[in-house]
Design a protein around this ligand. Structure first.
Ligand code: NAP
Length: 248
């Protein structure tokens, strides 16, 4: 039987592409989502039509009890998780730091940072050889924004992704002797809904001329890097990053 993978935020974008590719590679997939049940159920149904196995579970990664329920559901429905993809992430509308209030900052950090920590915690409790688990892999979604800072757009989001970089390095070392590898991808400009949620649906097209490869990326191009980091082909790779950014 295939390994169990949890992809948070799997209803759309990079998470949905990762869930589809993982199922095609033989993983049994749980994709989580926050609001968009219809989209999540359709991703799971499409996987089933292609002969794969997937379930969709509503769970806000920033809410501790939701995260615990998500992992409990997977324990019962699919079995012990061996790969976690910490993909759920949000932007707030573009603005400068001088206009950011505490409520916005708390939300951006809660989903992008706290959510990744909570999901990793639940995954480690199940994967770690120290807890009798089989080991496993965690792949975090950072962003090129962590390096570039996202000025005039969302420095808060960029800083949250900077935290994900530190989290990846620290956690990788912490669990390195417990059979768990922890890595991250840094996507560049990828064609998904996230740019519209920042208030600029055409952002990828506007910025594409500044990308060395002169184009935005597709969600599946990021998913392929995630799948490689999760796989046994990356058995000596931990605390590492793959930039999937067309050279940006
Ligand atoms: P997206 O198209 O906006 O999709 C976001 C996904 O996350 C949806 O499935 C959404 O669920 C889910 N989600 C949002 N808040 C959540 C919460 N609190 N709890 C659980 N799920 C939640 O985003 P994307 O572009 O695919 O981005 C995926 C990841 O890649 C994010 O971490 C993002 O920061 C990162 N990234 C993206 C880009 C890019 O250019 N697209 C670049 C760099 C990094 P619902 O459908 O229910 O809302």
């Amino acid at each position: 039987m295939g390994k169990v993978m949890i992809v948070t935020g799997g209803s759309r974008g990079i998470g949905a592409a990762t869930a589809r590719l993982a199922a095609a590679a033989g993983y049994r997939v749980c994709l989580s989502y926050r609001d968009n049940r219809e989209a999540a159920d359709e991703v799971a149904a499409a996987i089933a039509r292609d002969g794969g196995e997937a379930i969709a579970v509503a769970a806000d990664v920033s809410v501790e009890r939701d995260v615990m329920r998500l992992f409990d559901t997977v324990d019962h429905a699919l079995g012990r998780v061996e790969v976690l993809v910490n993909n759920a992430g949000i932007l707030a509308p573009q603005c400068r730091v001088e206009a950011m209030d505490a409520e916005r900052l708390a939300r951006v950090l809660a989903v992008n940072v706290t959510g990744s920590f909570l999901c990793a915690r639940e995954a480690i409790r199940r994967m770690s050889t120290r807890h009798g688990g089989p080991g496993g892999g965690i792949v975090n979604l950072s962003s090129m924004a962590a390096r570039l800072g996202a000025p005039d757009e969302y420095v808060d989001y960029a800083a949250a992704k900077g935290a994900i970089d530190s989290f990846t390095v620290g956690l990788a070392k912490e669990v390195a002797t417990q059979g768990i590898r922890v890595n991250a991808v840094r996507p560049g400009l990828i064609a998904t809904d996230i740019h519209a949620s920042g208030g600029e649906p055409g952002r990828v097209a506007r910025l594409a001329p500044g990308v060395p490869m002169q184009r935005g990326g597709e969600a599946e191009e990021v998913a392929r890097a995630i799948l490689w980091l999760a796989s046994d082909a990356a058995s000596y790779t931990t605390g590492s990053f793959i930039d999937v950014s067309g050279g940006r």
